[in-house]
Design a protein around this ligand. Structure first.
Ligand SMILES: [Zn+2]
Ligand SMILES: [Zn+2]
Length: 123
C-alpha cells in the first residue's frame, strides 16, 4: 500500500513538473528516479486510476498513443511535431477561434492541435 502510494506520487510529481504532455514510457523513465523498479504495467494502471479521479487528463493526437498531463491547468493548446512526434504545450489562445461558428451556434468549448515541425526538426 505504502509502495503503491509512493508510485502514484512519483507519477504525479513527474506530470506536475513536465512542461508538455508525456507518454507512459516517458513517465516511467522520469518516475523511476524516485521509485526504481517501477514497471510500465504499473504506470498504465496508476495513470488509469489518476484519470478516473480526474487528476490527469489525456491529450489525444489521432494515430498516436495518448499522452498525459495534469488536470486543471489553464486553457492551452498543443503543437504536434510530425517529425519527432513530440507534443509541445502552447500557452496562447485566440478568441477569434469561437467566431468561426456561424450566427446562431453556441460554442461551449474548443480543441486545437497545431501540426508541423518543432524548432529542432525545422532547421
Ligand atoms: Zn520535432
Ligand atoms: Zn483555446
Amino acid at each position: 500500500m505504502v509502495r503503491k502510494t509512493k508510485q502514484k506520487e512519483a507519477i504525479f510529481k513527474v506530470l506536475s513538473s513536465a512542461d508538455s504532455p508525456l507518454s507512459p514510457a516517458e513517465i516511467q523513465t522520469r518516475a523511476s528516479l524516485f521509485v526504481p523498479s517501477l514497471g510500465i504495467a504499473t504506470v498504465y494502471r496508476l495513470l488509469r486510476t489518476l484519470k478516473e479521479k480526474k487528476k490527469v487528463v489525456t491529450v489525444e493526437i489521432p494515430g498516436e498513443a495518448p499522452r498525459y498531463e495534469i488536470s486543471g491547468r489553464a486553457h492551452h493548446h498543443h503543437f504536434y511535431c510530425r517529425n519527432c512526434h513530440q507534443i509541445f504545450e502552447l500557452g496562447k489562445c485566440t478568441d477569434q477561434i469561437e467566431k468561426l461558428a456561424p450566427k446562431g451556434f453556441l460554442v461551449q468549448e474548443h480543441e486545437i492541435i497545431l501540426y508541423g515541425r518543432c524548432p529542432s526538426c525545422a532547421s
